[in-house]
Write a protein that binds this ligand. Structure first.
Ligand SMILES: [Zn+2]
Length: 343
């Protein structure tokens, strides 16, 4: 039977984030789904599309218009705030991600942390906020998702990953002090995006099982994440890549609306671990399935998530920039057909 859709894309995503009933499972990408092919199609290449609001909005809109997702995400990278803080940037070319150069970190400890005057007026922050304003106006019925980096991820950029992880071992109190100061940046940038019309915010905070223990998550981040829920007045989608199953029960207790999880975690085991306390989104594998395989394999992963009860379907993390469009288009198509078969 044909699937009758009774909700707009935006209503569907917001209902799912709030744990309410939906007409069908939404496809909502909390991180980037733009590709080189889409950049060419819209004449909006990296890095310009990361630094110009019109280009960012135009490229981001393809997530809905070309791929068929229920959401639009105009913050493609994880480095906009770090650029505005003065980090040493490598902006790269169309086919590569801009990054922070780790060789010359800007800060050494908590006393160095200062939010520069005019932080929100920095062009790389303005790009995101203005792109959200444009998209909110042009796509009133599509969920517009913003993104603000958590303090753990910001610490990687301003102190360098290895130095920050060493600090966390040597001096937990100093580490805590850094995180409390950095979280104000997360709040500031998040609030600006909410004022611009963001429906929800992705909150990447990369305390991944590949680098730190679940005890680290509980000790350093769980309370800060609870505080973010209080201070940022839209549903928050926590994003941590890699293995996270061991910390999912802690994550589920923060009050965050959703957790964007990686394919290194089995969808059914993840659903069991969070016990319905948080919505799960993501899980379709990037480097193997979306990048290197075809629509049939993509569909199989989507179905595995749907059958486990995962509430929103998406790639596990920012997709490789040369991902084939047919593989991305297959995600919403597979979701709709799965529901149709049950209608
Ligand atoms: Zn990630």
């Amino acid at each position: 039977m044909a699937l009758v859709e009774t909700m707009t894309c935006r209503e569907r995503v917001m209902a799912a984030l709030n744990g309410q009933p939906v007409d069908r499972t939404p496809c909502a990408n909390p991180t980037n789904v733009a590709t080189v092919e889409l950049m060419d199609m819209m004449d909006a290449p990296f890095p310009a599309a990361c630094r110009d609001p019109e280009l960012a909005a135009r490229l981001a809109s393809t997530g809905h218009t070309e791929l068929g997702f229920d959401s639009i995400m105009p913050y493609f990278t994880i480095i906009q705030e770090s650029s505005a803080l003065g980090c040493d940037m490598q902006w790269e070319e169309k086919d590569n991600w801009p990054t922070v150069r780790m060789a010359n970190p800007i800060w050494k400890g908590p006393d160095d942390i200062r939010i520069p005057e005019g932080f929100l007026d920095h062009p790389d922050n303005v790009t995101i906020v203005k792109a959200i304003e444009i998209l909110r106006r042009e796509f009133p019925d599509v969920a517009v998702i913003g993104k603000t980096m958590g303090p753990w991820t910001l610490a990687y950029h301003v102190f360098a990953v290895d130095k920050f992880l060493l600090m966390s071992i040597d001096d937990p109190e100093r580490t805590m002090e850094c995180l409390h100061k950095l979280k104000e940046i997360s709040v500031l940038f998040g609030q600006a995006q909410i004022a611009a019309g963001a429906d929800a915010l992705t909150f990447p905070d990369h305390a991944t099982g590949d680098l730190v223990s679940s005890e680290y998550y509980r000790r350093f981040l769980q309370d800060i994440h609870r505080e973010m829920v209080e201070r940022l007045d839209v549903p928050l989608i926590l994003h941590i890549c890699g293995r996270t199953l061991d910390r999912m029960p802690y994550i589920a207790d923060t009050g965050m609306a959703a957790f964007h999880f990686d394919s290194k975690n089995d969808p059914q085991e993840a659903m069991d671990a969070v016990e319905g306390k948080i919505v799960l989104v993501g899980n379709v594998n990037n480097p193997e399935t979306l990048y290197a395989r075809g629509p049939e394999e993509v569909r199989a992963e989507v179905v595995r998530c749907l059958e486990a009860g995962v509430q929103m379907i998406a790639p596990e993390c920012a997709i490789p920039l040369s991902t084939k469009l047919e593989n991305l288009i297959e995600i919403p198509r597979a979701v709709k057909e799965w529901h149709e078969a049950r209608a």
